[in-house]
Structures are given as C-alpha cells and as structure tokens.
Write a protein that binds this ligand. Structure first.
Ligand SMILES: *[C@@H]1O[C@H](CO)[C@@H](O)[C@H](O)[C@H]1NC(C)=O
Ligand SMILES: *[C@@H]1O[C@H](CO)[C@@H](O)[C@H](O)[C@H]1NC(C)=O
Length: 302
C-alpha cells in the first residue's frame, strides 16, 4: 500500500484506504481506547470499520468498566496489577469528588491526589503492555496498518511510535495545548480561550492575562498525567522523546467537536471535525419539561 510514504502521509494514505476500499481489501486496525465514556463514541467507529470489512483488534486491560467483548471486533486483554475493586474505588472516588463542594485549596489538593492515583493506574496499565516482550512481539508480528487511539490515554500513541505504525487520534479535546503543539498549529492566547478558563474568543485585557497565565497552572496537572509517557517512550526507543514528539506521531486528528459548540480557532489540514458522530444514536424529543408543566414538542404525537 503506502510504501515509501513518510509519517503523516502514510497515515493519511491509510485513513483514505480505510474509507474507500471495498470489503475484500480490509485493513488491520489496532484500537487502543480510553476507558469510560470515551470508549462509547469510539465503539461506533469500530463498528463502522467492521461493517466496511476492516479487521479491528481492541487492546484493553482485563480490568475495565466499559470495554466488553462484541461481535464486531476482536478483544485482546492483558493482565494488570490492580483488581476490579481497586479500580472502581478510584474511579468512583474521582467522579464523586467532582460533585463535592470544597474550598478551592482543598479542592486543588484533592484533585491532585485523585489525578495522581488515576495516573499511576493508567500508567501501570500501559507498562503492562509495553514492558511485556511477548505481547509486543505478538502485536509487532500482527502487522497492523494503523493504530486508532484516544490521546487522552497516551499509551496508544507510544505503542504506535514503538511499533512504527501510523496513528489516528480520536478525541474531544486535550489540555495544555497538546493538540496545537502536536500539529504545529498556531494558537495565539490573545484570542483562543484556554480549556476550562471560561473565557470566550473576545477577551478583555484581564481575561487575556488570565488566558496567558492559566497554562502555568494546568501544566502542573499535565506533568502528572502525561510526562511519564515521554519517559517511557524515551526508554523504549533509547533516545530522548518529548511529549510533543509523541503527540505529533498522529497523522490525523479526528475531533469529536464542532464550531457550533466551540469557539473558532485555526486548524491544520490533518485536524478533522467530526462532532456529528456524537449524534449517531439520536432519539426524537418527546416532551420537554419547562417549569411544572410538560410541554409538547410540535409535530410529535404525545
Ligand atoms: C505477557 O503477555 C502474554 C500474552 O498476552 C501473557 O500470556 C503473559 O502472561 C504476559 N506476561 C506478563 C508478565 O504479564
Ligand atoms: C518489529 O519487527 C521488526 C521486523 O522484524 C523489527 O525490526 C522491529 O525491531 C520490531 N519492533 C519491536 C518494537 O519489537
């Protein structure tokens, strides 16, 4: 297929082939999902890839909440060092924590702790794959054409880089401007609101100051969550690998977003917006409750 093509071009060629080839020409896709709701949207893509005759293998830890065996992909699980109880305890703890009302300092300390626990868990799950020579050699010899992964869980991208396979990212958003750095996309902080700042694309002077200072704060969290993967990649590839190197391994970025929802910003040609994918399972609205009375939506039989 894309013999002789380099990096991003190779990935684009694979994506093109995945989209247009007839059934008989199925490709092999290795899927490294992020757990939880992230997987639920990716699952629809995997189902569609299967429908178009591609062979997908989903790689997931044997302890997980949502990634279950289904007839439209092969599931390959691997052992991890934590139990189901430990995993659900930490996940539930972090979810419930998000709804508690705390003083900002206490909230900060708590969030750091929860993030550290989650980061250790996911990183452990990643090393269970990447340090397992048998599994790596099996994946390597399976000759996958592309890795489809959610970069929130950076393991898939490190794995793709290690096996020298193009990667396609599937995501809603990334913190710490990793997407603009990974794609070398202009990202001026004077009018692109940073994630979670609540700024809009029209900022006052003080909001711009906040927008510029915010990364100092968010980078602290990103360091906890992401930097270990740069160290892991450096160890495996036996050379200095930065986070930007890992993010820029992706040939195509599929964003589950749309400028109807998000403020406008510059994009690169390999950043594709597929927000409509979240509406795959649409259901007609039946009744909308405003105030104490149910309101009938016009055109619907009650
Ligand atoms: C490595 O992976 C293989 C194949 O998935 C598995 O059988 C083996 O138990 C794993 N080894 C370790 C140390 O987890
Ligand atoms: C994968 O296999 C190729 C060809 O045998 C080899 O050159 C390469 O080092 C292997 N990669 C890994 C990560 O084992």
């Amino acid at each position: 297929m894309a013999v002789g093509l380099q990096g991003p071009l190779r990935g684009l060629a694979v994506l093109f082939l995945l989209c247009v080839l007839p059934r008989a020409e199925g490709r092999k896709v290795l899927v490294v999902p992020m757990e939880g709701s992230h997987w639920l949207s990716m699952r629809d893509v995997v189902r569609e890839l299967h429908a178009r005759g591609h062979h997908t293998v989903v790689l997931a830890p044997e302890v997980n909440i949502h990634v279950k065996r289904e007839n439209f992909f092969s599931l390959e699980t691997y052992a991890v060092s934590y139990t189901e109880e430990e995993y659900s305890h930490i996940v539930m703890h972090s979810l419930l924590g998000a709804f508690e009302n705390h003083h900002i300092v206490k909230l900060f300390v708590k969030s750091v702790q929860v993030l550290k626990n989650m980061a250790v868990l996911y990183y452990g799950s990643c090393t269970a794959v990447l340090h397992n020579k048998t599994l790596i050699s099996h994946l390597n010899s399976s000759s996958f054409d592309v890795v489809l992964t959610d970069p929130v869980y950076l393991c898939g991208s490190v794995l793709a880089k290690y096996l020298d396979i193009p990667a396609v990212f599937f995501l809603r958003a990334l913190p710490c401007n990793f997407d603009s750095e990974g794609t070398q996309c202009p990202n001026p902080s004077s009018y692109i609101p940073r994630l979670l700042t609540m700024n809009s694309d029209h900022m006052t002077f003080l909001q711009r100051v906040k927008n510029m200072l915010y990364p100092l704060f968010s980078n602290y969290f990103c360091n906890i969550g992401f930097t270990p993967y740069a160290n892991l990649a450096s160890e495996l590839l036996q050379r200095e690998v930065s986070l930007v190197d890992i993010f820029s391994h992706a040939s195509v970025w599929l964003f589950r977003g749309d400028f109807v929802l998000d403020y406008p910003r510059p994009v690169m040609p390999n950043m594709v917006f597929i927000g409509g994918i979240n509406c795959v399972h649409r259901k007609p609205l039946s009744q909308v409750c405003i105030g104490p009375f149910p309101v009938h939506v016009p055109g619907r039989v009650p």
